[in-house]
Design a protein around this ligand. Structure first.
Ligand code: AQP
Length: 346
């Protein structure tokens, strides 16, 4: 059996306001993983253009996501932080994966169906092939672990299917080139903790999302303390006090969401939160939630503002990360070319 060194990869799209869901489901967990793993964190700007983007907004948002990574505590000197478009091997490997993935697999992707909506004929080919590029993002580093939110589970399963099919279809060549019985690892999705799917503050049945037209549906990482407080106070709830057991949250999606957010922000479980707040009315619980949200998020927003005032520094971080990422990605891509039988200069 081929063995792979543990390596973490994950990405965030620079497509709009980063929100509490992106933070709790992804970025906060990226920070934790730095202590135990080598990590590569990417601003996936090529994914962003699968939907229309204003170039000036995109430019600023790439820096903003980078600022969020740094402000949240990712160390770009110990790990790699970069933007995808500066490492051409992502697109190169994605083409190979376009030839590995089957149409039937991509036809099942729910994110494409959601984002393309009714006007599917008019969606970009890139939006359809998005999961192949995502598989390439991960596998160009032969990453073994990917921390993501719940919504990315299906794409991670596709990444494993692509890796498996590549390993099977080229097994003889993989062995011949000294890579044993598998060239790509079957990457593990790491979907864990109380906030793998943070819901909208206006509707407990909808995911908190950058593209929701209501700004009150989400807490943006750039919101100031007053805005955070206002959004939490206006969050939809029901009329009942908080239950004493997690079971009691089952049919109460909005209550469940606020308890999960509190738990994730304070690094405890929802059961712990209910132990302290059972019987509380929402007015009281929301005040407590405002306090923890402001305490955790306001310093990140302040730091993001400070970092955004120095774009030269952010661009230097991305340039340095990209140069280091290119070395690793080129190594994989050269091996892939050899395995496929392409002729390349040596
Ligand atoms: N609501 C969420 N709860 C938990 N995790 C979430 N993530 C996104 N929304 C939630 C996780 O954040 C990471 C980066 O996401 P992304 O920016 O690459 O893509 P996305 O999932 O398309 O983000 P949005 O906000 O949902 O954008 P739109 O509105 O365009 O659909 C991923 O790990 C994701 O799981």
């Amino acid at each position: 059996m081929a063995t792979f060194n543990e390596l973490v990869f994950s990405g965030v799209q620079p497509t709009g306001n980063l929100h509490l869901g992106n933070y709790l489901g992804a970025i906060k967990r990226f920070v934790t993983m730095q202590d135990t793993h080598e990590c590569i964190y990417c601003v996936v700007d090529m994914h962003a253009i699968t939907m229309p983007q204003d170039p000036k907004d995109l430019h600023r948002q790439i820096r903003e996501v980078t600022a969020a990574f740094l402000a949240a505590g990712i160390d770009p000197t110990r790990h790699i932080v970069f933007n995808q478009s500066q490492v051409p091997q992502h697109a190169e490997l994605a083409w190979v994966f376009n030839c590995v993935a089957r149409l039937g697999w991509l036809n099942r992707m729910t994110q494409f169906k959601d984002k393309a909506g009714k006007d599917r004929e008019n969606a970009s080919v890139g939006l359809y092939a998005y999961p192949d590029l995502m598989a390439a993002d991960i596998l160009v580093y032969r990453a073994t672990h990917v921390p993501v939110g719940e919504d990315q589970k299906q794409h991670l399963e596709l990444t494993r299917d692509i890796a498996q099919k590549f390993n099977n279809d080229w097994s003889a060549s993989i062995a011949e080139h000294g890579f044993g019985d598998a060239f790509f690892p079957l990457t593990e999705p790491m979907i864990a903790g109380p906030a793998t799917r943070v819901m909208s503050l206006r509707d407990g049945a909808k995911k908190m999302s950058k593209s929701d037209p209501s700004d009150y549906s989400r807490i943006n990482l750039t919101d100031d303390a007053d805005t955070i407080a206002q959004k939490i106070r206006k969050a939809k709830t029901d009329a009942e006090p908080l239950p004493s057991e997690v079971e009691g949250l089952k049919a109460r999606p909005e209550a469940d969401n606020l308890v999960a957010i509190y738990a994730a922000l304070t690094d405890v479980t929802p059961a712990d939160v209910l132990r302290d707040h059972a019987g509380s009315q929402f007015s009281g619980f929301k005040s407590a939630l405002v306090d923890v949200a402001v305490a955790k998020l306001a310093p990140i927003a302040d730091d993001m503002r400070r970092l955004m005032a120095d774009p030269g520094h952010i661009d230097a971080v991305l340039a340095d990360g990209s140069a280091r990422a290119r070395v690793l990605a080129a190594e994989t891509m050269n091996a892939v070319k050899d395995i496929l039988g392409f002729v390349r200069a040596r």
